[in-house]
Design a protein around this ligand. Structure first.
Ligand code: ARG
Length: 459
């Protein structure tokens, strides 16, 4: 039974119904729809629409329905109702008869769907926050267990300066921390309750909307009914948060795919998150990481789609807005799965220390250090830069590392270079020197790990 029909002389064409009905995806709002309905029963009871007994009976039936529905959420999708609001109302009327028909007094599906979706978003935020937190903790564990391990650092994907594996991981912990805070902000911002906005003009019943908002766990009521039913900023914002975080995950995935390649072999992925080839028996492919990288496009696509759907949409509610849900659900599911998958990858990752050290030693990544050494001997930096450039060119022609050149060879380029140059060129010393906040020195990483651990445990 549709929630409307009085003014129609014909039923809907089946093809229109299939196109229009949203139950096949908005069934995921069932629990939120019932929560909103329970709060609404209280609200219209306070406004004098229901007697105390009627309110009790309605809420009892809704609570029963809540239990039934939570056991079997997916089953709802198969029903023939137009949407989740029609489904809940039908089930309620089946339970309490005509009394069930009173619940929709003063309410519209427009404010109902708006409040349902916001309630869903708040819960979704909590799930995502917990997955980010778990990933950060897993990353921190690997960072801690590999402290001091030298790793090549890149710019332009060319070896630049040595870093540590730990320092590289700590970089991603920072990104995920911003993702966490960004989402927390978004959750805070969406915490206003549109229920009571009715179709577009606000309900005609005397309802304390701030009290209703608080009963549902929101901070306060929305302040304009037109905005209340048509605002989907929170959907766009969650999709933005998801997109930025997926971009971070994609960079993490790409770094690891490179580090795990046969050419680099700095890390080895666990068999548990890789797969083989049907043809080439030797293959072990980084599928988990490739999927994380690939799914980033899907989430960014959801954001783009939502922005375009909402662009130039006239106030207040339009059916276009029904297009918000599938992409939001899909993006949040994908985000959570990808965060969890990244954590799983780090559970079984193995660092090939020696390969990483060998790579860090190659590529002249201690050349900057040699220039700094010249600066310490009073050579102006620009001049030092040029001298070292020529030394590097010479070393390349001899197929030698800088530390393998003799003092005599160095002296061909600068008189001031003597024996004390060698310690400067050692990777351990290069790292240790960068002992400032955010620097690569293992001592700094140790402090950062300690700080981050305490923070994650207490937030
Ligand atoms: N299924 C609709 C949606 O998701 C619910 C609101 C319908 N409102 C209406 N006036 N048809 O947006």
């Amino acid at each position: 039974m549709a929630l409307w029909g009085g003014r129609f002389t014909q039923g809907p064409d089946q093809r229109f119904k299939d196109y229009n009905d949203s139950l096949k995806f908005d069934y995921r709002l069932a629990l939120e729809d019932i929560e909103g309905s329970i709060a609404w029963a209280d609200a219209i009871y306070s406004a004098g629409v229901l007697t105390e007994q009627e309110n009790k009976d309605l809420k009892k039936a809704l609570e029963e329905l809540y239990t039934e529905v939570s056991e079997n959420l997916d089953e709802i999708a198969k029903c023939d109702d137009e949407d989740i609001h029609s489904y809940v109302e039908r089930r309620l009327i089946e339970k309490v008869g005509n009394l069930g028909k009173k619940l929709h007094t003063g309410r519209s599906r427009n404010d109902q769907v708006a409040v349902d979706l916001k309630l869903w978003c708040m819960k979704a935020c909590d799930h995502v926050l917990s997955s980010i937190d778990k990933l950060q903790k897993q990353l921190l564990k690997v960072a801690e267990n590999n402290q001091g391990s030298i790793f090549p650092g890149y710019t332009h994907l060319q070896r630049a300066q040595p870093v540590t594996f730990t320092h590289w991981i700590l970089a991603y912990i920072q990104m995920f921390e911003r993702d966490y805070l960004r989402l927390l902000n978004a959750k805070e911002l969406l915490s206003t309750c549109p229920l009571g906005s009715a179709a577009l003009a606000g309900t005609a019943y005397n309802i304390d909307r701030d009290a209703l908002a608080q009963a549902l766990g929101f901070k306060c009521a929305t302040r304009n009914s037109l905005d209340g039913v048509s605002d989907r900023d929170h959907v766009m914002e969650l999709l933005s948060c998801a997109s930025i975080s997926m971009v971070h995950l994609s960079r993490l995935a790409e770094d690891l795919i490179i580090y795990n390649s046969g050419e680099a072999k700095f890390v080895e992925l666990s068999d548990k998150v890789t797969s083989g080839s049907s043809l080439m028996p030797q293959k072990k492919n980084p599928d988990a990481l490739e999927l994380i990288r690939g799914k980033c496009g899907r989430v960014v696509g959801a954001l783009t789609g939502m922005l375009i759907t909402t662009k130039a949409l006239p106030l207040a509610y339009d059916k276009d807005l029904q297009e918000d849900k599938e992409r939001l659900f899909d993006a949040i599911d994908t985000w959570i799965d990808s965060l969890d998958m990244a954590a799983l990858v780090f559970e079984g990752i193995k660092l090939n220390k020696q390969n990483a050290i060998d790579a860090a030693k190659g590529g002249y990544s201690n050349a900057t250090e040699l220039a700094d050494y010249l600066v310490s001997k009073n050579v102006p930096f620009r001049e030092a830069h040029s001298i070292v450039g020529r030394i590097v060119l010479y070393a390349i022609s001899k197929d030698k590392a800088l530390e393998d050149l003799s003092v005599a060879e160095f002296k061909e380029y600068s008189d001031v270079i003597s024996d004390d140059v060698y310690p400067c060129l050692q990777l351990e010393n290069i790292l240790a020197k960068r002992d400032i906040i955010g620097g690569v020195a293992p001592a700094q990483s140790a402090l950062e790990i300690k700080r981050m651990k305490e923070y994650l445990e207490n937030r």
